[in-house]
Design a protein around this ligand. Structure first.
Ligand code: NOJ
Ligand code: CA
Length: 719
């Protein structure tokens, strides 16, 4: 990691009485006020250009398992002191949406003492131009060493019945479609959403509970986003809404005994974040979540790099082939099962010939890697049985010739991507983790897709509680020791930890493309995700579906992918990820070689990004310049209504001529009736050009813009 380019820090210490403390953002637009009420309850509020973002809201904790009378940490406080300061640095991520990130904020730390108990609690506020981060800090102290959280009581009081883009408060899945509604409508809409969700492990905690990142829009056109940053050794935060007063209260995921977090001073909570702007594009451009995380902890990051990959995957998701080698429940006891004498079902996807086909196609088209799921024994009884000793992560099925595939892939310049489905038997995964990573290192695997489908073992733990949060990070830290990159599916939604551990190259942690084969995603889904799930970090969304009729893969599956082909192409730009998959099967891409060219060409690491148009739930248009190159790629992802996107190309280098190739919908395209209609046009453009492009319902467009020295005759010009 490069050293910060500029750091300015100055601190002033004030010893004062219990009066209001105030802080402004560097640009002066955000204004934070902190005070304690007459009963000693800490209160904060936040304004943006004189508009209320957070009305006065209380802070603190309910403690569990403490002596009688000492259970609360939410009142009885007085301010002991406060300090303020500023910080300004520019740092370089190992990979990202831009090469350099500015981290500039004003900070205020308020030290509180609970008079009755003498316990000290600090609250640290950081005000950036794009929002607020704050966290609780507990210094080492004799009166507070070990404590157990009963509930965190951080409130976020909204100033009205805002429009929200939300998913229900489920402790074990995040894979919901987003609902757009007023806050007051969440209660009656939530149950219907939960009923539609196929996962068996759903455990919503309240009819008004929602997950973060929560995107909202006020009547005045203010965009407010609440999430958290640096979730480490703590339970994930949900929000529970008092829908008469529009006040959210934090709600942490409990452990198997109902407790919310085990703490030992000195310690801190994750940051609670409020990103805010009157321009939706600023929410997408915000780096606040990353900036609130610690700098990179890995000394050598030279082995970490973005990956474009294909996978023996979609055919299993659609039901065209299977992960398991047989159709029998074998009651597998690993080490004792003789798969050689088992009855193969003839539909096993991860067979050597099929894998070779993917490797050839990937190599011919310039991909970096091929993922293979279902290569290892145990899939016969992987899901829904709460089986402890389910996979060993090292024993291939008999028809997967690991050595042959390894050597063949290497000869073609393709890396194999490992797959570790844990079946949520986390105890079993940790039991095998070292051996599994060693096996990867020995066989040339440098990245792993892991997964956590089903109920967690240890039983009673939830996917997003402190215990699992610690597991996910443990797996990432241990992987770094083996120079392995991790892409964890079903893991807790990210909170910017990829800054600290850039080998955390991806997460799913939301409803991905797979649901297009499980009943479909809403056509506007990918216009919401950049405002919600992506606030915490990149998503392995796995775009690139060209055949929308899933019954073409499996006659029994009548699901449809609710997008057009041009929309799928746009996602390679709008859904930022250093890990991009071409998710469909080679045979389908062979039917559309000209559209596939965009997937071949598009970059996966960026020098800079421009947010051109954005409205959550409606459209997102982004242009990005590749890192260490001159090519630009743009994408516009459209929601359910047709519209015309306008993109000035003023980000291009003046004086240079470029060739723009536009992959767009046709006037007849529609995700419902004509999803595969697309048209490709080429234009000569420069920094004065403006692209006006029709986007169909569920559609969009993608553009590659490449410096051009050739003959411009015969090309149309834009304007
Ligand atoms: C769910 C993941 O999201 C999906 O990508 C994977 O194929 C299955 N689990 C099996 O591990
Ligand atoms: Ca999933």
């Amino acid at each position: 990691m490069k050293k910060p380019i500029l750091i300015i820090v100055f601190l002033t210490l004030w010893i004062g009485f219990s009066t209001a403390r105030e802080l402004r953002s560097p640009d002066g637009n955000l204004f934070l006020k902190f005070t304690v009420e007459s009963d000693g309850t800490p209160i904060y509020s936040l304004k943006y250009k004189d508009m209320t973002v957070i009305a006065p809201s209380s802070m603190g904790f309910e403690l569990a398992k403490t002596e009688a009378g000492l259970s609360s940490l939410h009142n009885g406080f007085s301010i002991v002191s406060h300090s303020i300061g500023s910080f300004d640095e520019t740092w370089e991520p190992v990979w990202g949406e831009e090469k350099q990130i500015r981290n500039r904020y004003n900070e205020m730390t308020v030290t509180l003492r609970q008079e009755e108990t003498g316990r000290i609690m600090d609250i640290k506020f950081r005000l950036f131009d794009d929002g607020l981060g704050f966290r609780y800090e507990f210094p080492e102290q004799p009166g507070l060493v070990y404590f157990v959280i009963g509930e965190e009581l951080t409130r976020f009081a909204m100033a009205g019945d805002h429009t929200a883009f939300w998913i229900p408060g489920d402790y074990d899945t995040q894979e919901y479609d987003y609902t757009t509604s007023r806050l007051s409508e969440i209660r009656h809409l939530s149950e219907a959403e939960i009923t539609k969700q196929p996962h068996a492990s759903q455990t919503p905690f309240s009819p008004t509970g929602v997950q973060t990142a929560l995107q909202m829009k006020t009547e005045d056109g203010l965009y407010i986003n609440i999430h958290e940053a640096a979730l480490v050794n703590y339970s994930c935060m949900y929000l529970d809404l008092d829908d008469e007063n529009f006040v959210f209260t934090s709600h942490l995921v409990p452990d198997a005994q109902g407790y919310k977090g085990y703490m030992q001073t000195p310690c801190t909570t994750p940051w609670r974040t409020v990103i805010v702007s009157d321009d939706a594009r600023d929410i997408l451009a915000s780096r606040l979540t990353l900036n609130l995380n610690e700098p990179c902890k890995l000394e050598d990051t030279s082995w970490i790099r973005p990956i474009k990959y294909m996978g023996v995957w979609w055919e299993m998701i659609t039901g065209m082939s299977t992960w398991s080698y047989t159709d029998d429940f074998l009651s597998v006891q690993l080490g004792h099962t003789d798969y050689l004498s088992a009855r193969p079902n003839g539909r096993h996807g991860a067979n050597t010939d099929n894998v070779i086909k993917y490797i050839d196609f990937a190599a011919d088209n310039g991909f970096d890697a091929v993922l293979v799921e279902g290569w290892n024994i145990g899939w016969e009884d992987w899901s829904g049985h709460s089986k402890d000793y389910v996979f060993d992560f090292i024993t291939p099925y008999p028809d997967f010739d690991l050595e042959l595939i390894r050597d063949y892939a290497a000869s073609k310049g393709i890396e194999m991507m490992m797959h570790h489905e844990t079946s949520s038997s986390v105890r079993n995964y940790e039991r095998h983790l070292d051996k599994a990573y060693r096996f990867m290192a020995d066989n040339g695997y440098r990245s792993v897709k892991s997964g956590y489908v089903g109920d967690i073992i240890p039983r009673g733990e939830h996917h997003y509680g402190q215990w699992m949060v610690n597991h996910y990070l443990h797996a990432v830290e241990k992987a770094a020791g083996y120079k392995i990159m991790v892409n964890a599916h079903e893991a807790v939604r990210p909170t910017g930890l990829c800054r600290t551990y850039p080998n955390l190259i991806g997460n799913e942690s939301a409803r991905g493309t797979e649901f297009q084969a499980f009943g479909g995603n809403k056509p506007n889904h990918t216009t919401v995700l950049p405002f919600t799930r992506l606030i915490g970090g990149p998503m392995d969304y796995t775009p690139g579906i060209f055949e929308m009729d899933i019954s073409r893969y499996n006659p029994d599956n009548h699901s449809r992918s609710n997008t057009t082909i041009a929309n799928q192409l746009s996602l390679y730009v709008t859904m930022y990820s250093p890990l991009q998959m071409a998710a469909d099967i080679p045979e389908t891409y062979a039917r559309f070689p000209d559209a596939f060219r965009f997937i071949r060409d598009v970059a996966v690491d960026w020098e800079e990004s421009r947010y051109i148009e954005a409205e959550p739930g409606q459209y997102v248009t982004i242009a990005r310049k590749e890192k260490d190159g001159e090519r630009w790629f743009a994408g516009s992802t459209n929601g359910a209504e047709g519209r015309t996107s306008v993109m000035p190309l003023d980000y291009l280098e003046p004086g240079i001529t470029y060739l723009a190739t536009v992959y767009s919908d046709t006037p007849e395209s529609d995700y419902r009736t004509n999803p595969q209609a697309y048209i490709i046009k080429e234009y000569i453009v420069n920094e004065k050009s403006v692209l006006e492009q029709y986007c169909a319902p569920g559609g969009g467009y993608a553009v590659s813009i490449i410096p051009y020295n050739g003959n411009t005759k015969g090309y149309k010009k834009l304007k």
